[in-house]
Design a protein around this ligand. Sequence first.
Ligand code: PLP
Length: 286
Amino acid sequence: MSRIAYVNGSYVLHRDAMVHIEDRGYQFADGVYEVCEVFRGALIDEKRHFERLAFSLAELQIAAPLRAGALAVVVREVMARNRIKNGFIYVQVTRGVAPRDHVFPQKPVRPSLVVTARQVDPDKSEISARMGINVIAIPDLRWKRVDIKSIALLPNVLARQHAREHGAYEAWLIDSEGMVTEGAASNAWIVSEAGSIVTRQIDHSILRGITRTTLIEIIAAYGLKLEERKFSLEEAFAAREAFITGATTLIMPVVRIDGQLIGTGAPGPVATKFRAIFHDTAARSS
Ligand code: PLP
């Protein structure tokens, strides 16, 4: 079966899908994106992902390419045409095509919209979760507005590459005070020595992960203690357990940071438990 992508109003073969060389996404990384999980044919936390897309667009003064209802139709059409049961939907919006100039186009141009889908085997992620992943720490070199889900991902790309070259799946980014901000493509969590679940507070220094938001609701429903605050790498080394969250990884246990075993060195009970119930709690829409 051929993969199909949506590009600016047309459904095209993925291998033929193209954007203009003067698209500002290509020229300046002047755009934003969203990745939403598809699980058993349903979109997970769709509303929150599209609310965050609207936030990212508004922060960069990019017009919405379609109204919310129309975008939801396109997303479903891409899912259907690619027969996605389990996988991801990727939505990217850029400011559009205009002669290269750092300043926004004088005459408003139509934002570019691309929607693609990818099938994945959910068992593969389960195998990683049973083993737990390795993380490596690296300085956070990103700009000061990473709460916007921008397509400018070069520091994240370099961090993930560094992780890969050092036998780790994810990189944890460390700010100038030695505190963990988040992962290169995930939010970072620990269960402290005292047993509190800790993740960094929301501000401009991290992305407000949708998986993070949903997990916070689950933690509250279970009456467990959550601390939204900064934590250092040293605190993480001494933690009972550590994990990451993201639409592509869900809740993924971390068993090693910079080569040091965390807790017992096996996936911790908090991450394992919440991973198991995550899809039953998150909002599903089909
Ligand atoms: N932080 C960063 C930098 C990310 O790129 C992502 C996901 O791509 C996340 C956090 C997790 O966000 P979400 O749970 O919405 O996937």
